[in-house]
Design a protein around this ligand. Structure first.
Ligand code: ADP
Ligand code: ZN
Length: 730
């Protein structure tokens, strides 16, 4: 590769950001633009550049006349015709980089579908249809067959190759050779789109009131707190409709699109082909097509999961985030952004409102609403005066003594009744895979950290229980401190086991088991939901996924087999998550004319997360939980930042973790610093991981100091430092 000497001020120079797999370089490099390519250069497109011995793709972030570098190489090729990172997204990337302390390139890459990332990966192509145009300037005597072909152009300018082939392929060939027919390519999208087929429902007074309160011309953030079945979807639809009438556009985020087929269907019914849906079940080619429809302004609404927040819509008029409490809105790897924060930034930029909706808002969100940082909107009642279901609590301590370890008598009887009435039942097996903890199989007791009030994590290798927040450790004892049985064990139960058990009780019942194993195949989840709606099954048994926003008419019984599991997760949010889960799953019952019941089995029936869920009392739960958060200095009273220090070398990880801790203590005198302690899962793939927790209120110094640490560890080959603000799990 030859280096080119910069001659004068006339040459165009571009600043290009490339991705290098080792994260050490996150810088803009200058390149010279060859005269032939000058006209194609725009900010936010990709170019191909020489870099060392490689050829890389990168984003054009600067266009200028001068460079401080003496010898510049030339760009090789311009990749894009259309801008793929518009001005708003270019700025947003910079803000994100500062907020997450990840690399700028990772912030841009995460905004784009695979086909458009600056990476020389397998190319994902556009699809074309071939058409022909009649060239009237050519004088040619047609035979009969050819005449039939030509007749096709009577009232059409373009006729597709497909149609012409059906008449005669040999005549078509001749006419092309004679230049009577001229080929024209037209791009087509892989997906087809339905037309609008339904209208917006007549809103209730409560719904209308919420819609009227939202100011569509200002960048306010609203929290819509509406109980399950209060008709939030229809409120979203009405708001979006108002926005479209102003010729503006809308983003609608859902936790995971494949888990909310009913909501997506409803949107498609009302808005038809004005919607682009971005979700994980699409192929890369389909995603590319959807993205291009958005970028070209061919759609006005984008519905999708987390990364849809980056949809390149112009003239945004509203951003809606449904189930705002869902942890899926926070990305767990770099760049660790929170779509809810990005939404607020884009709202400000576009001077448009952001609506966050939930039946169980995050504590942080509700606290903000109380302080008027967010405006609170409420839908306290179900549609058409329907009641929230009756919830009954079953004390499993008593049931176990009677020999009923999985199902209480009450639950069995209720299922049996429901089968007789030909009404449907949902059973939730509360299971979360990522944490290992031990529990007494006899009474449900788990041991907690005396300092942090979180469940201790079991470490198999040392046979110890540790707090992965502060590092407190104690030996594992088989005997339960509460009931004195030798029943402490780490055993969990799976859906298959429960299904077997269920079949013993109900031989003829049609049981549908739904968990991440049975739904992992593309489209499986939606299929199962449909079958259940069509009443091909009596009982839907599943993990957390059965709790999500589904609307079944004939479900009148919901049973929770083990409410405690999520309560024992070593996480300060375990009560909040349990309350939300129970509330959500209970909300699936009795949504139509028939009244619904809920039965919750628990070893801790007096725990406040469970009793408040029984009473559908969000505010009660909120007040109680806030007291605990204040006492223990957890969010929303403090922010949390988690530092993960990992290395293949055990000693190196521990040494650097301690070094970081000392440096933080020296520099961040106002903050609380915990650790280093072994991470929740200490050793993965032979990599040891330590964690440090920073609890802070004022983050002015923090970002600078952490940024320096990040820079420092970029050049350390042995130890990786990851920083996570507001982590989901740690
Ligand atoms: P949420 O998301 O708040 O749990 P949904 O949006 O799923 O509630 O609405 C619950 C049910 O009420 C749905 O079946 C929906 O079709 C119905 N519904 C909503 N709004 C209205 C309305 N204004 N009139 C009649 N039915 C409505
Ligand atoms: Zn602790």
């Amino acid at each position: 590769m030859c280096a080119i000497i910069l001659l004068g001020g006339d040459t165009l120079i571009v600043g290009v950001l490339v991705e290098l797999s080792n994260r050490k370089i996150d810088r803009i490099f200058d390149y010279k633009v060859n005269n032939d390519l000058e006209a194609k250069i725009k900010l936010g497109i990709r170019v191909e550049v020489p870099f060392g011995h490689q050829i890389l793709e990168g984003f054009v972030l600067q266009i200028k006349k001068d460079s401080e570098v003496q010898e510049l190489k030339e760009i090789i090729r311009v990749v894009d015709e259309d801008i793929i990172l518009n001005k708003e997204l270019l700025e947003l990337g910079q803000t994100m980089q500062k907020k997450t302390l990840s690399t700028l390139i990772s912030c841009y890459q995460v905004m784009l579908p695979k086909a458009l990332k600056a990476k020389k990966s397998a190319t994902i192509n556009k699809k074309y249809d071939i058409y022909y145009r009649l060239n009237k300037s050519i004088d040619y005597k047609f035979n009969e067959k050819q005449r039939l072909l030509i007749d096709m152009f009577k009232d059409k300018e373009l006729v597709s190759r497909k149609e012409l082939l059906q008449i005669s392929s040999s005549s078509l060939k001749t006419l092309i050779q004679k230049k009577v027919l001229i080929e024209e390519k037209k791009e087509h999208y892989r997906l087809t789109y339905d037309k609008k087929k339904s209208n917006i429902k007549q809103l209730t007074l409560e719904q209308q009131d919420v819609v009227d309160t939202v100011d569509l011309l200002n960048s306010e953030t609203y929290l819509l707190y509406g109980v399950t079945g209060s008709g939030k979807t229809e409120v979203y639809i009405k708001l979006i409709d108002k926005v479209l009438q102003k010729n503006k556009t809308a983003i609608m985020l859902v936790p995971e699109i494949s888990l909310t087929p009913q909501m997506v269907n409803r949107f498609q019914e009302v808005f038809g082909n004005q919607i682009a849906a971005l979700h994980s079940a699409l192929s890369e080619g389909e995603k590319y097509d959807e993205w291009r429809r958005i970028n070209r302004g061919e759609v006005s609404i984008v519905i999708g999961a987390r990364s849809a927040i980056f949809a390149p819509l112009n003239n945004l008029g509203i951003i809606i985030i449904d189930e705002e409490h869902s942890d899926s809105y926070k990305q767990d790897n770099n760049p660790r952004y929170d779509a809810r924060e990005i939404a607020v930034i884009r709202g400000k930029q576009n001077k448009c409102p952001v609506i966050m909706g939930s039946a169980t808002p995050r504590l942080e969100s509700f606290a903000r609403a109380k302080k008027n940082v967010y405006k609170l909107l409420t839908l306290p009642n179900r549609i058409n005066g329907k009641k929230l279901p009756e919830v009954e609590l079953i004390d499993m301590n008593i049931e176990v003594k009677k020999g009923n370890s999985y199902f209480s008598k009450k639950l069995i009887n209720a299922i049996s009744e429901n089968l007789k009435k030909q009404e449907q039942t949902i059973l939730l097996l509360n299971r979360r895979g990522y944490a290992s903890f031990v529990m007494c199989k006899n009474c449900g007791y788990t041991e907690k950290c005396p300092h942090c009030d979180i469940t201790l994590t079991y470490h198999k290798t040392s046979n110890m229980l540790r707090c992965h927040y502060c590092g407190y450790a104690t030996n594992l004892v088989k005997t339960c401190k509460e009931c004195h049985e030798d029943a402490i064990s780490s055993l969990g139960i799976g859906t298959e086991r429960i299904e077997e058990e269920l079949k013993k009780h109900f031989k003829d019942a049609r049981i549908l088991r739904m968990d991440y194993d049975t739904t992992s195949r593309k489209g499986m989840h939606a299929k199962m939901i449909k079958a259940f709606i069509n009443q091909e099954y009596d009982i839907l048994l599943g993990t957390q996924i059965v709790a999500k926003g589904l609307d079944f008419e004939n479900v009148t019984l919901v049973g929770v087999i083990n409410a405690d599991t999520s309560l024992n997760i070593p996480d300060f949010r375990s009560s909040e998550n349990t309350f939300a889960l129970l509330n959500q799953v209970a909300g699936r019952s009795g949504r139509s004319a028939k009244a619904g019941n809920v039965i919750i089995q628990s070893f801790n029936p007096d725990h406040y997360a469970i009793t408040f869920a029984k009473n559908h009392d969000y505010r009660g739960f909120y007040n109680k939980e806030m007291q605990i958060r204040r006492q223990l200095k957890y969010p929303p009273y403090y922010y949390i930042c988690y530092l993960k220090i990992s290395s293949k070398d055990y000693n190196e990880a521990s040494k650097e973790a301690n070094k970081i801790k000392r440096s933080l203590e020296k520099n961040l005198k106002q903050d609380i610093i915990l650790g280093p302690s072994p991470a929740n899962i200490f050793k993965i793939n032979n990599i040891y991981r330590y964690g440090i927790i920073i609890k802070y209120k004022n983050d002015l110094d923090l970002y600078n100091i952490l940024n320096k640490l990040v820079e420092h560890y970029r050049s350390n080959n042995k130890v990786v430092l990851d920083i996570d603000f507001n982590p989901n799990h740690f």
